[in-house]
Design a protein around this ligand. Structure first.
Ligand SMILES: [Zn+2]
Length: 400
């Protein structure tokens, strides 16, 4: 066993001293190959003076299905430039508890599999896998160029079980996730602007967000040049909940005497909330029948279509005309939910018109939110959200 000059293709600079099979796995002792020169871990300089030696136990990749433990005999060198330092080893990071090869393996599989599977594959403890992944993510993020955002998209997403929320800030131009933080209040997003700093905040020209979020005031406070742009996606979702759903329920209630008609209205939800271009051809007659038989639903439907058009203004003048006419139509009708919605929408007109100059695409966020959902499932058990946020940031490094 003790052939100190056996040159292995791995554990470079070291030779096997002892090999032992125990109940908890395979134990391999490694000592520096005779004649190998120790190098300073700080400056990589070859050092002839050895200050001392010590043993360190680290994990290696599983062999023939068994965990492998390496006991490595390491040298401490006396570097003329750096003083007393640990020796440099190609295959083992300083302070790491696993070899670089195993860390790379774990890092690679953590991108594709849930953590529990990676633990099973490697026999590593949950905490160890997480530590490895965290180090990898931190290295990836540190290598990114400094972001210089001009347009931002801010949105919230539900965190674990939907009781808590988190906010994500995206660079609209590079699609880089710049920041993720817990909460959705003004105070919760303040650390983002503090992180961005006064200079970069001054560069921000537009910020797209949900009309109902608390972000607009915070944006105005930190970014003096920024225009707030309200998101069509959120407004339409709100319209669906507060107008279409409401009117549909009211209408169904009025049709108590007419069971078939009532059923049609009740079941029409899906048809009504869909974009007309997404309603399959065979369902089209159903939708038309539903609308024709019901004046109130027809109105909410037409009003939804023209509300959407307000997000595609051609000129400010044309927008103003459509906006006024939309508000007038909503106010003059007899539908209470529609009137209420219009009253609430009114004060937000600047952020709707802002789209004329800042045509921000909300689709960007939908895609990212979907991927966050998948990551949430994969990261099942990541109890600390800070780690989850690190994962999100690393998954969206942007394309500068
Ligand atoms: Zn040195």
């Amino acid at each position: 066993m003790q052939d100190n000059n056996l040159d292995l293709p791995f554990w470079e600079g070291f030779s096997i001293w002892n090999f032992d099979r125990r109940s908890d796995g395979i134990w391999i002792s490694l000592v520096p190959t005779v004649g190998s020169i120790a190098r300073c871990s700080n400056c990589a300089r070859a050092c002839s003076q050895i200050h001392g030696r010590y043993w360190r136990t680290v994990r290696e990749m599983t062999m023939v299905g068994e965990p492998v433990w390496l006991q490595v005999h390491l040298r401490r060198v006396r570097c003329p430039d750096c003083g007393t330092c640990a020796e440099h080893i190609d295959w083992l990071e300083r302070h790491a508890r696993v070899t670089r090869r195993l860390a790379q393996f774990v890092g690679l599989w953590c991108e594709k599999l849930p953590v529990a599977h990676v633990c099973e594959m490697t026999g590593l403890h949950w905490e160890t896998v997480r530590r490895i992944e965290r180090a990898k993510l931190a290295t990836q993020l540190a290598a990114l160029p400094i972001a210089e955002p001009v347009r931002l998209v801010m949105d919230e997403f539900a965190l674990f079980k939907g009781h808590r929320y988190a906010t994500v800030v995206l660079d609209a131009d590079t699609r880089q996730v710049l920041w993720v933080g817990e909460g959705r209040s003004r105070e919760a997003v303040r650390p983002f602007f503090e992180w961005l700093g006064v200079e970069r905040c001054r560069q921000i020209e537009a910020v797209a967000m949900d009309m109902n979020s608390a972000f607009d005031l915070e944006v105005q406070q930190h970014c003096p040049r920024a225009r707030v742009v309200y998101d069509l996606f959120h407004v339409i979702a709100k319209y669906g909940r507060e107008v279409i759903d409401r009117v549909r329920v009211d209408e169904a209630n009025q049709l108590k005497h007419d069971k078939p008609a009532r059923q049609k209205v009740k079941r029409g939800r899906w048809l009504l909330l869909r974009n007309p271009e997404n309603v399959p051809e065979d369902q089209q007659p159903k939708l038309e029948e539903l609308l024709a038989a019901n004046q109130a639903l027809m109105t909410t439907y037409v009003m939804k279509a023209s509300l959407k058009e307000l997000w595609q203004p051609r000129t400010a003048w044309q927008w103003r005309r459509s906006w006024k006419s939309w508000l007038r139509m909503a106010a003059q009708g007899t539908l209470e939910p529609l009137q209420r919605f219009a009253r609430r929408l009114h004060p937000y007109w600047r952020g709707i018109l802002a789209r004329l100059r800042w045509p921000m695409h909300t689709g960007q966020l939908e895609g990212i939110n979907n991927r966050i959902k998948v990551m949430k499932r994969m990261a099942y058990g990541y109890r600390d959200s800070e780690f989850f946020f690190l994962k999100i940031k690393a998954a969206f490094p942007g394309n500068p």
